[in-house]
Design a protein around this ligand. Structure first.
Ligand code: ADP
Length: 412
């Protein structure tokens, strides 16, 4: 069966068509600037690449264009949309309602809508993507795969915040965690790669990209993760500040500064401060120059003190989480690096593991020069350190296939 994987944002729609017979990627693409001047579609099928610049007023038009190019005589890979067996959608927030992926029906759509307050930027866009596909592919089953679902096995002591309990009971304020599809894929794949069972294994996964999160996985189940009610909590990220004293929000709201460092002169709202913490902080906010780790590395290597600090803060933060998750699980057997930084930045991996010999983790500098699946720890390292490239699309496609063929997902 061919499965279409869709990740809809507020002004974008990313897609990948996968032939599940061999799990081969057939084509992929990105529709950008939906509803904005300069909208375009970038598409590739193997070596063949094309770009279409045209007006794309809404997600339905984006979905229509995606189907058109997938059937294009030159750049397409299917003759009819009937060849698409089902569509799997990435949905950011499933709240506590979803512990696994589901076939989309009216109740599921309502539950996704109920999570709008928890994922105000993403969930409405994700639902638009689902509804657009429903319209242009009538009768094709749609499946929702949630970024939060894998983390639903966390115990209350890990997901509760220390605010009055009624906030969790009445308003669902708690840790949910994100990147769940990646953490789930990587935690399964690393065991497959090492030829072991997840049972009895304590794994720490470092998903380090523009957005970054760690998870502690024991017996294949998530025990804790660093992102929270929203993706703002946890590590320093590209543009997000990560965890800090909540009183910082009040202090900055009362004493805000303009981008040039001069006082605004009047208090700003909590929303304004959170926008700054989400979009102008992290590597960007500390370096003042870039949110991209490659730029930070280049600047730091050239001696830029702010970039050096940004890099040190990131590495220090990852180390602290690894230490705390190892303590929480009573040890660690495997540490995995994944996503853009985790897969590509060997130097950062080495610096994260440096100094963790006391807990049995030691890197092999030669083995660490990898960008693909590999064990990178030294022969005498008690902890196995690995690089496992993430593949959220394949996880979404597997869940979609499982749900439409057997009614339930394997190995949730
Ligand atoms: P997102 O969270 O947007 O999916 P990615 O997983 O693509 O992000 O990660 C983006 C980060 O990965 C950037 O900071 C970038 O510097 C880093 N990165 C991506 N590719 C490379 C590479 N080839 N070498 C070093 N760093 C890379």
């Amino acid at each position: 069966m061919k499965i279409l994987v869709v990740n809809a944002g507020s002004s974008s729609l990313k897609y990948q068509l996968i032939d599940m017979d061999g799990e081969k990627e057939m084509a992929k693409g990105l529709v950008e600037r939906i509803g904005i001047e300069g909208s375009r579609l970038k598409h590739s099928a193997g070596e063949k690449k094309t770009e279409i610049v045209q007006e794309i007023p809404d997600h339905e038009a984006a979905a229509q264009l995606m189907l058109k190019i997938l059937q294009d005589p030159e750049f397409g890979v299917i003759r009819s949309t009937d060849e698409i067996g089902a569509v799997g959608h990435r949905v950011l927030h499933g709240g506590s309602a979803f512990t696994a992926s589901v076939i989309v029906n009216d109740a599921a759509k309502q539950a996704i809508r109920d999570c709008f307050p928890l994922g105000p930027l993403h969930n409405p866009a994700n639902l638009m993507g689902i509804e657009a596909c429903e319209k242009v592919m009538k009768g094709t089953p749609q499946v929702a795969v949630f970024d939060t679902a894998f983390h639903q096995t966390m115990p209350p002591k890990a997901y509760m915040y220390g605010v009055p309990k009624m906030y969790e009971e009445k308003l669902h304020v708690r840790r949910y965690g994100f990147h769940g599809t990646s953490h789930r894929y990587v935690s399964r794949r690393v065991c497959e790669f090492l030829g072991i069972s997840p049972e009895g294994k304590k794994i720490i996964i470092c998903h380090l990209g523009n957005g970054s999160s760690l998870s502690a996985v024991k017996d294949g189940k998530c025990q804790d993760t660093s992102m929270g009610l929203t993706p703002l909590e946890g590590l320093l990220m590209g543009t997000r500040c990560g965890s800090c004293d909540p009183a910082v929000v009040q202090f900055i709201a009362n004493n805000p500064l303009k981008d040039d460092g001069t006082p605004v002169g009047h208090p700003v709202s909590v929303d304004d401060v959170l926008t700054m913490m989400n979009k102008k902080s992290g590597l960007l906010g500390i370096s003042g120059k870039s949110s991209d780790c490659r730029d930070i590395d280049n600047l730091a290597d050239a001696g830029d003190p702010d970039a050096i600090l940004a890099r040190e803060m990131l590495i220090y933060g990852i180390k602290k989480y690894i230490g705390s998750y190892a303590a929480a699980m009573g040890g660690v057997d495997i540490i995995v690096f994944t996503a853009g930084i985790g897969e590509n930045n060997a130097d950062l991996r080495a610096k994260v593991i440096e100094g963790l010999e006391f807990m049995g983790a030691k890197i092999d500098a030669e083995k660490n020069r990898t960008r693909s699946e590999a064990v990178i720890s030294a022969e005498d390292s008690k902890v196995t350190v690995c690089v496992i490239p993430t593949n959220e699309e394949i996880m979404i496609a597997r869940d979609t296939l499982d749900l439409v063929t057997t009614g339930k997902v394997r190995d949730n």
